[in-house]
Write a protein of this length. Sequence first.
Lengths: 148, 148
Amino acid sequence: MEHRLDRIKEELHAQSYKLTPQREATVRVLLEREEDHLSAEDVYLLVKEKAPEIGLATVYRTLELLSDLKVVDKINFGDGVSRYDLRKEGAKHFHHHLVCTECGSVEEIMDDLLEDVETVVQDQWGFLVQDHRLTFHGICRACQQKNN
Amino acid sequence: MEHRLDRIKEELHAQSYKLTPQREATVRVLLEREEDHLSAEDVYLLVKEKAPEIGLATVYRTLELLSDLKVVDKINFGDGVSRYDLRKEGAKHFHHHLVCTECGSVEEIMDDLLEDVETVVQDQWGFLVQDHRLTFHGICRACQQKNN
DNA sequence: TTATTTGCAAATAGTTTGCAAGACG
DNA sequence: CGTCTTGCAAACTATTTGCAAATAA
């Protein structure tokens, strides 16, 4: 955990960004809530518990910065909010999501299921793939069982 | 073209929605600009050319309605705007997109490349897939050539 | 006729920005 | 120290909503 925090600190320093307490608190929240898909507002409220003086604008600016550094990915599940998802260390690609249309839960798939598909896209469409976004909408295991 | 318009009219009637000139004008714009990925504002401006008295709120309401009827899909490429994309007739799934990070162009892939992946998701994660969203980010053919 | 639908304007919600004060390196 | 960063409030943008008037079926 601390290890990953240090790596992110290094990333910031490498680009000569300052490491402020606000930025550190924000990163800590993201690490602690890695499973979740927090909105800026969510992050703000959680950071506020540790560092009550932080402002919402700073959270937005920090998340934007981390997004530029590719430490987090900014995603959008179609409700009007952007969500921020920590990228796995060394992950080449964004991970996939399973969004349940009944209970709204979001599951993550870390495996890269798209290697073959990317080959097709590169070969048949001549498109040089850098990254991808894949979300499945459907019914999660728990809701399927509930329905029976 | 008229055929598809009629089908959409039927869809509306089947759910006992009224067929107003505003709704028809909106659908016509979507059909004419099927290749594009129009925002609500884009649609509004185009509809206004034919029916100047239409209001932006009506366009939003119509697009929302068409989205509920699964006539259009609401998508989000990460800029702050929702875009509306006509679903192909009888298409089970949303089509895929190739977004160029250099010129911003958006190409569509109609083939369903995800059948195998969906099987994996259903079998290994127990997730009952209803639909998917897949977008690749990368460099389009034209920009690759330009770079050499 | 009569429940829907519209246009307008005002309200919201999420996000961004200007700026003076504060703090990291 | 000087520049980067912050907090606050105001500005902005996309979208939604309330309501009285208009209209499709």
